[in-house]
Design a binder for this molecule. Structure first.
Ligand code: OGA
Ligand code: MN
Length: 289
């Protein structure tokens, strides 16, 4: 007999644990319930999954078209966030693979350096360390609401410049892409205050790819964006998940920031992620279906 879906909210302003669902076989009615819960909680954790890559991709596609990898030659739809090498050994902490993923330890929203940012990310835990390696999310709906009126008004028409080169230069890993690939990632502009298309709520849209405010002093506005992010990502607006193998998290990049936490580098952490492209018919990063 199919189990019934149970949604258990966290004590933070976002996030819920979902039990009683097998993501490999979700019927229409259950999908609608998942989508409704996702809009309410912004981050859902599904426990005890056993997903093949194809099942992971198929479930992700129910939210929209997927994003392709950043390399021009790449048709890859799954990103591997892992310190395990192809031959199964633990990667050197100084390797490019590990350094590139280090950037994820700063608050960010996926693909905000693209003209159309990502809609959703679905991260699946294949192997997890005994300690550390948590992922944490912060609620940018509540973060906007928590700003004082003066700041809300000042930010209302501000645009931030988001840049892959900027964010990947200060934490390393820029060299993963060639000049051709980087040329397809020019700086882009996003409003600092966005309206969430499903809920109508105002969102503070910042994070590590946001370099500075358009038309403002670069250093001063960069410092301001950092301060806004730091103040936004505070309890009760944050929720930190300690992974178990078989957990899948889906989050809404349009209204949350996230970051990873470090773990002992002699232990394996192997995660795989699909990314749902932002809803835009001309999104140049979305797969062609
Ligand atoms: C991601 C990400 C953080 C983590 O998958 O986009 O930032 O904890 N992950 O691995
Ligand atoms: Mn990320």
């Amino acid at each position: 007999m199919p189990r019934t879906m149970e949604v258990v909210p966290t004590s933070a302003t976002l996030g819920a644990i979902v039990r009683g669902v097998e993501l490999g076989c979700v019927d229409e009615q259950t999908f609608t319930a998942i989508e409704t819960a996702w809009h309410k909680y912004a981050v859902l954790i599904f426990e005890e999954q056993t997903l093949t890559d194809d099942q992971h991709l198929a479930f992700s596609r129910r939210f929209g078209r997927l994003e392709r990898g950043l390399m021009m030659s790449s048709k890859r739809l799954l990103a591997h966030l892992s310190n395990v090498t192809r031959d199964g050994s633990i990667a050197d902490p100084t390797s490019l693979q590990v350094r590139f993923n280090k950037g994820n330890e700063h608050w960010h929203t996926d693909s905000s350096y693209k003209r159309v940012g990502a809609k959703a990310s679905l991260l699946y835990a294949r192997s997890v360390p005994d300690t550390g390696g948590e992922t944490e999310w912060a609620d940018m709906r509540e973060a906007y609401d928590a700003l004082d009126n003066k700041m809300q008004t000042w930010l209302e028409d501000k645009m931030a410049v988001h840049s892959y080169r900027y964010s990947h230069a200060w934490h390393g890993g820029l060299e993963l892409l060639g000049e051709d690939d980087l040329a397809r990632l020019p700086p882009v502009e996003h409003p600092v205050v966005k309206i969430h298309p499903a809920t109508g709520r105002k969102i503070l849209f910042v994070g590590r790819h946001a370099s500075h405010l358009l038309g403002e002093d670069i250093d001063a506005s960069r410092a301001m964006l950092k301060r806004l992010t730091e103040e936004a990502c505070q309890a009760p607006r944050t929720f930190k998940h300690r992974w178990r193998e078989g957990d899948l998290a889906i989050w809404d990049n349009r209204c949350v920031l996230h970051r990873g936490h470090p773990w002992p580098m002699d232990q394996a952490r192997d995660m795989v992620r699909s990314t749902v492209a932002g809803d835009d018919l001309d999104n140049e990063w979305a797969e062609v279906c």
